[in-house]
Design a protein around this ligand. Structure first.
Ligand SMILES: Cc1cc2nc3c(=O)[nH]c(=O)nc-3n(C[C@H](O)[C@H](O)[C@H](O)COP(=O)(O)O)c2cc1C
Length: 475
């Protein structure tokens, strides 16, 4: 059987993920695995019709499709995202219809699930029969048990394709007319001044502690374009601040290409490309108090241009790039129908150390103006209060994965390592000497039945020891 392998790594033959495919090719030689270097060749595929047609023909001639990609920033690399967009723009998604599909991703298990869900959604949108995913840690291939699991996964995929096993779809089609999605939006919004005519939202009393603010607020909006609903929403939002808001249009930036996965930046936070991405990050994003990400939904994510910017921000590795900053999103498109994207947006704010202020979309055009006013006002209060919130599961779990990764690979992520050390981010529990001694003491005491009985009998009270004084007003 012929399987088209859509390789998502910009590293081509040096891709880690591709080694998994090469292993399958060696163990399962009865099948023809046609490797298509989508991400490596994306610029050629975009410009050279012959190269594009070659890929289209190869996919059309295959019985099944294997997406084999690294995870980049909660998704696949921008280059593979661009390929997915091109397939839509050039009207060739029909070649995928009814083909069996599977996803093979390698990563460090940081939001590999959202990347897989994205591809699953695309397969459903294109009428493919999605059979499952194999989400490997990058070095899993070196372990026998994982190779066995990989073979089982591949066996199920091939069997499904060969015997036409019925497969259920997971995702509803996106709402009609999208993408691209540009609702009719009140014309008044194209003029920010007219916002004053919108009914202001009821003022909630501000219970946040307010630090007196002497300096002006520095707000930056990163947007993918200034046209249509998105441009109107960005203008309206920006117009609501008393100080000038800096608007950076990604379409006007010189970005030489997507992340190459070379990890040169690991040493000193410098990218091999010398273009606008690093300049924007250093001179505009870094000194800001608040960053607003504005974009239109393209398929099941934002645009590949947005993705390219995000991937390239890997130049700052695994540090909390938005620590102490206020984060908000302005989105044009059917975000409510995309819970996976909602998770990514929320998690991105949490993991990067920012405070997530909110999201406004154009899904309810008649309310969007008021929602933007409310978001801007909340943003102002959040900046003034230097608001921060606890990071729930995604933020906390994600940070722990980064902490262990940077420590384990500190020879490569040298810049991250310096940052983590300087800022006390290697907060392993075994380094808390006081607590270690206390727990050892408790373990010893628990050996004695009467003490143990007392300890566990008063467990609920004991668990309140460190926080109750605050509730009782004794601290
Ligand atoms: C720009 C960039 C972004 C990455 N983002 C993620 C991520 O979000 N989650 C994750 O688990 N790994 C992430 N990784 C790690 C890669 O997914 C991992 O190293 C993968 O095995 C590389 O595969 P490849 O050699 O086939 O490209 C990222 C790596 C790079 C260079």
């Amino acid at each position: 059987m012929k399987i088209a392998v859509l390789s998502g790594s910009p590293k081509g033959e040096l891709s880690i993920t591709l080694q998994y495919v090469r292993y399958l090719e060696r163990i399962l030689p009865d099948h023809e695995w046609e490797i298509l270097h989508i991400s490596r060749d994306i610029q050629r595929l975009e410009k050279d019709p012959k190269a594009w047609q070659g890929v289209v023909n190869a996919i059309a001639a295959s019985k099944a499709v294997l997406w084999a990609s690294p995870v980049y920033y909660y998704l696949v690399p921008s280059q593979l995202k661009r390929f997915i967009e091109l397939a839509g723009e050039r009207g060739v998604t029909e070649i995928f219809r009814e083909k069996y599909a599977a996803v093979l991703l390698t990563s460090v298990h940081f939001f590999d699930n959202t990347a897989a869900e994205y591809l699953h959604g695309i397969c459903d949108d294109w009428g493919m029969a999605y059979t499952g995913e194999f989400l490997a840690e990058m070095n899993d291939l070196a372990r026998e048990e994982h190779r066995r699991n990989l073979l089982f996964f591949a066996g199920e995929f091939l069997r499904a394709a060969e015997t036409s096993v019925p497969v259920a779809r997971r995702y509803e089609p996106l709402p009609a007319g999208r993408p691209p999605c540009h609702h009719a939006f009140p014309g008044a919004l194209s003029n920010a001044d007219a916002l004053s005519q919108a009914d202001p939202p009821p003022q909630a009393s501000n219970t946040l502690p307010r630090a007196p603010r002497t300096e002006t607020r520095r707000i930056v909006i990163l947007t993918d374009g200034k046209e249509g609903n998105l441009g109107a929403m960005v203008d309206a939002f920006a117009g609501h601040f008393p100080e000038p808001v800096q608007i950076v249009d990604l379409q006007e930036l010189a970005i030489q290409g997507g992340c190459l996965g070379c990890l040169h930046c690991g040493y000193d936070n410098r990218c091999v490309y010398n273009d606008d991405v690093q300049r924007i990050l250093d001179t505009i994003v870094a000194p800001s108090d608040a960053v607003v990400f504005a974009g239109a939904i393209v398929d099941r994510f934002l645009s590949s241009r947005w993705k390219r910017y995000l991937d390239r921000s890997f130049v700052y590795g695994h540090i909390k790039g938005y620590e102490g900053k206020q984060i908000a999103y302005i989105i044009s498109g059917p975000l409510r129908a995309l819970p996976n994207l909602q998770i990514i947006l929320e998690a991105y704010a949490q993991v990067s150390g920012g405070h997530h202020v909110g999201i406004v979309t154009d899904e309810e055009p008649e309310r969007a103006a008021a929602l933007l006013v409310a978001l801007a006002e909340r943003m102002i209060r959040s900046i003034d209060a230097r608001a921060q919130a606890p990071a729930p599961f995604w933020g906390t779990g994600g940070r722990l994965i980064f902490r262990d990764l940077v420590y384990r690979l500190r020879g490569i992520f040298a810049a991250d390592h310096r940052f983590f050390r300087r800022n006390g981010l290697y907060d392993y529990p075994h380094k808390e000497l006081g607590n270690r001694s206390f727990q050892a003491f408790l373990s010893f005491l628990s050996l004695f039945p009467p003490v143990r009985k007392n300890l566990y009998g008063r467990m609920k009270e004991n668990m309140l020891m460190s926080i109750k004084p605050y509730a009782d007003g004794k601290e």
